[in-house]
Design a protein around this ligand. Structure first.
Ligand SMILES: *Cc1c(COP(=O)(O)O)cnc(C)c1O
Length: 365
């Protein structure tokens, strides 16, 4: 048996570890921040009908420019955007990869503020982009001064701001985005994968797009929109950004079935997002419940909670898994991350945490 490192693989990939959130079949999976509510039957029926229509012409390549989908996404985002401002791919991970292919690459660098989304360094690595991990202040907050100092020093070609940040849940003020944009010479990407979970009156970086042609706001249908299995991520930016990404995307990268499914689901966006309010309530219930057990709970603007004061995260992870509950050990010492599920799933998780804390209250700090 040989390993991939024994193959004539690129030197910079030898010994690397792939993305690997566990995919165990457990009753209560709260580890990858999905919307755990199933898709409503009437939406399923409409998506199926649309996919069926698309299948009739699947002997031909799909619309390479996915015009109808871009129009639908622009309509969903509002903010005066039209189809020319939108680009999409198979998940926002692919969108981010294309951004790094076009604006990063060998001899170039991308900067993020760790701890942040674990895929950023992997996407950088895959595209030959140097990854610069800057840090965060107390309670994982980034201030404009700190961000500007780091960017002025490192001069990255791409800055990635995760807002709210995964895995910490930390919201990001638009003042930081504006300051970062002014300080950066390269592209500034705001990853708003969890934007729909922010308070309704919280402004999105979408509002900053006019006049900022190096700013990109990335979104996904994988989280609040309950469509993770379909793989559809997208961005809003100046139309020139889409022109740049056409140079690196594979031809016909979005299948006719994906396009049809996403367009159909977007016709039902109110229904697809109907559970967001309840998920936010469950998130707050998790925060309150864990705080009552003595854990340190970090502020979250997303559908998950990062909590500290866990004596042995791996041990707690395993004890929960034994009870059929999957959470995420994100590698931050004494911390675990849990996604807000349905009321029932949340109850099962909180009951298990209370039970684990009971013997000697040893699980809590
Ligand atoms: C989940 C997540 C995404 C979404 O990835 P998809 O490829 O669209 O499923 C993007 N960014 C962050 C920070 C995430 O947590």
């Amino acid at each position: 048996m040989i390993s991939f490192s024994d193959l004539p693989i690129r030197d910079d990939l030898r010994g690397k570890t792939p993305y690997g959130a566990p995919q165990a079949p457990v009753p209560v999976a709260l580890n990858v921040n999905e919307n755990t509510h199933p898709i409503p039957d009437d939406v399923v029926a409409d998506v199926l009908a649309s996919v069926g229509e698309a299948l009739k012409t699947a002997n031909r390549y799909p619309d390479r420019e996915f015009g109808l989908l871009r129009e639908s996404l622009a309509g969903y985002l509002g903010n005066g955007l039209d189809a020319s401002n939108i680009w999409a791919a198979n998940g926002s991970n692919e969108v981010l990869q294309q951004i790094l292919q076009a604006f990063g690459g060998p001899g170039r660098s991308a900067l993020g503020f760790a701890p942040t989304y674990s895929m950023y360094p992997l996407l950088a690595s895959g595209t030959g982009t140097a990854w610069i991990a800057s840090d965060r202040g107390p309670d994982f907050v980034i201030t404009a001064e700190h961000a500007v100092r780091e960017i002025t020093e490192s001069k990255p070609d791409v800055v990635i701001l995760c807002a709210p940040n995964n895995p910490t849940g930390t919201p990001l003020g638009l003042d930081v985005v504006e300051a970062v944009y002014d300080a950066a010479q390269g592209m500034v990407v705001v990853d708003e994968a969890y934007a729909e979970f922010m308070p309704q009156d919280a402004p999105s970086a979408l509002t900053l797009l006019p006049g900022r042609e190096r700013l990109v706001v990335s979104r996904t249908m994988s989280k609040a929109f309950a469509f993770a299995g379909v793989r559809l991520g997208y961005l809003a930016a100046d139309p020139a950004v889409a022109d740049a990404l056409r140079l690196v995307r594979l031809p016909y990268h979005l299948s006719a079935l994906t396009q049809a499914a996403a367009v159909a689901a977007l016709r039902h966006s109110d229904e697809m997002l109907a559970t967001v309010h309840d998920i936010v309530a469950q998130r707050d219930r998790i925060s309150a419940g864990l705080a009552a057990l003595g854990y340190t709970v970090h502020e979250s603007g997303s559908n998950f909670v990062l909590f500290g004061g866990v004596r042995d995260p791996h041990e707690t992870f395993l004890a929960l898994k034994e009870r059929g509950i999957l959470v995420r050990d994100v590698g931050i010492p004494n911390h675990l991350r849990v996604s807000a599920g349905t009321a029932e799933e949340t109850g099962i998780f909180l009951d298990a945490m209370a039970e684990l804390a009971r013997p000697a209250a040893s699980g809590a700090a």
